[in-house]
Design a protein around this ligand. Structure first.
Ligand code: 4AD
Ligand code: MG
Length: 483
């Protein structure tokens, strides 16, 4: 008999239909009602067992966590909570789950802390919450590919091992096949990379942007979607050492086009998930509501998860320049009462307390901040024309989200070879190392722009999860690379 997935059974099965279903037992009540889940949906199928027809030894093996295969007939349910159920004719135990072992795990049916669940990453998939999070994560990924595909972008695979530090921040994991106990050295004591696998220092990528620019200069519109690695030692709820980033790069595009593209993409993702994951989003919405009641009033969010998603879909993002942002901050009552820990003045980088103030207090909306001072942005960003003396800015944009902070970072790129060379010199970048990048400015250079979306930060926003470790299956953070 053909196996049917529970999502499909609940959607399309008809009374009288005979079928096979396989899944893991969530609960078995009164030797009669099995709650079965196979991961295809958050909803369980209720299966009804006439216990007199089965061996007691067999029924004893139907324990929480066990994998079983059932055949039977779909009947109208007499109980509340489900329209149909399966009347069981045969039971096969595929894999037992010893109740004593289950007792020690996240599978025992009670509420567990997210921290405890993280330690059991192999079993946290089995919980309702993480089943939901990872189904939604998939939907977000798919929606991004669809968004770009529908607009004629090409998915470009940029290297994971690279010699470039695109962001210039030096937060890289080195890649080598040297025996670390015996590293070949030059006479002056420096590492002899000539003997290493790639014959030069290389690292795991911090961004595929520079390579994506090469693609955009021929294919017109490309995007990357891949793993990204940063050895920044920031143990926060928003940073991972290994995360996924989406980086579109578009020829003949300026800063405004870039903002429009990013805003359209973020709205599209929210819309897609609302339309395609209604059960999972409803579950996350209720979960968050329940969590909110445990929090002090001052920490509760004003909008529910669903309201926040609708807000993003239906409202234009606020767009302001860095200079305007500084003015807003300096004129705020918060500033006058000296409530900011860090200084605010033109030329200092915005700290997360400033970003939060703008997004959560002043505008209560996603905010795009543009035209930052050149001094604290990457070398590749386009120098703004007509800057005031001493106040050089670049065509950068950061998109900040309530509760998350920086969701997107991007810019129009410096397409003028002479200016780019000046920037390289100012940032201490050797032109020989980036010859392949500078070459794009020699052979038909063109205005172009792009941005990077932190995939996990978007999944946080869409699920309402507040720690980035809880939206990636196997989080990598300082001191933590289990599984
Ligand atoms: O702002 P970032 O560093 O920008 C770039 O890497 C550019 N090359 C992007 C581009 O223009 N093509 O990173 C982009 C986004 C951030 O806005 C943030 O959402 C996310 O990547 N991000 C992280 N997410 C999780 N953990 C980390 N350690 C992250 N660092 C950045
Ligand atoms: Mg950034």
């Amino acid at each position: 008999m053909k196996r049917i997935k529970i999502a499909d059974i609940l959607k399309t099965a008809t009374v009288g239909q005979e079928l096979n279903v396989k899944g893991w037992v969530r609960a078995f009540r009164s030797n009669r009602f099995i709650q079965l889940n196979d991961g295809s949906t958050i909803n369980n199928l209720q299966a009804v067992v006439d216990f007199e027809k089965f061996d007691e030894a067999l029924l004893k093996k139907i324990t929480t966590g066990a994998a079983i295969s059932l055949t039977g007939k779909i009947v109208a349910s007499e109980g509340s909570g489900q329209a149909i159920e399966l009347f069981v004719e045969t039971i096969e135990i595929l894999g037992e789950a010893n109740p004593d072992d289950v007792q020690k795990t996240v599978m025992q049916p009670k509420k567990h802390s997210l921290e405890f669940l993280r330690e059991q990453a192999h079993l946290r998939f089995r919980t309702n919450l993480f089943g939901t999070v990872f189904r939604v994560r998939h939907a977000v990924a798919y929606s991004i590919h669809k968004f770009f595909n529908d607009r004629g972008f090409f998915y470009l695979h940029t290297p994971i091992i690279t010699g470039s530090d695109a962001e210039g921040a030096g937060e890289m994991f080195h890649v080598t096949n040297f025996n670390l106990d015996n590293i070949p050295k030059n006479e002056d004591g420096t590492v002899n990379y000539k003997d290493d696998f790639f014959e030069k220092p290389v690292n795991l990528t911090v961004s595929g942007q520079l390579e994506a620019e090469l693609g955009a200069m021929a294919l017109g519109q490309v995007y990357t979607f891949g793993p990204t690695f940063r050895a920044e030692n920031s143990n926060t709820s928003r940073h991972l050492a290994e995360f996924w980033m989406i980086e579109p790069e578009v020829a003949f595009s300026d800063l405004n086009d870039n903002m429009d593209l990013a805003e359209a993409m973020l709205k599209y993702i929210c819309q897609y998930v609302m339309e395609n994951c209604p059960d999972d989003i409803a579950f996350l919405n209720e979960r968050e509501k329940a969590e909110q009641t445990q929090k002090p009033a001052s920490e509760r969010s004003e909008l529910t998860l669903i309201e926040r998603l609708n807000f993003v879909i239906n409202n234009d993002f606020k767009r302001i320049t860095y200079t305007e942002a500084i003015n807003v901050l300096v004129n705020s009552a918060h500033y006058k009462k000296k409530k900011f820990k860090y200084d605010v003045s033109w030329g200092t980088d915005l700290q997360s307390e400033h970003e939060r103030y703008l997004v959560e207090k002043e505008f209560n909306s996603p905010v795009i901040i543009t035209n930052y001072p050149a001094s604290f942005k990457a070398f590749y960003m386009r120098r703004d024309d007509n800057c005031e003396a001493g106040k050089e800015t670049v065509a950068a944009m950061d998109i900040l989200f309530p509760g998350i902070g920086e969701m997107v970072g991007g810019s129009q790129r410096e397409e003028r070879l002479d200016v780019l060379k000046e920037k390289c010199a100012a940032f201490g970048i050797h032109e020989e190392d980036l010859w392949w990048y500078l070459d794009t400015r020699k052979f038909g250079t063109a205005p172009h722009a792009g941005f990077g979306l932190g995939f996990e930060r978007m999944v946080m926003f869409v699920t309402g999860m507040t720690n980035i470790r809880d939206v990636i299956p196997f989080p990598r953070t300082p001191g933590n690379a289990e599984f």
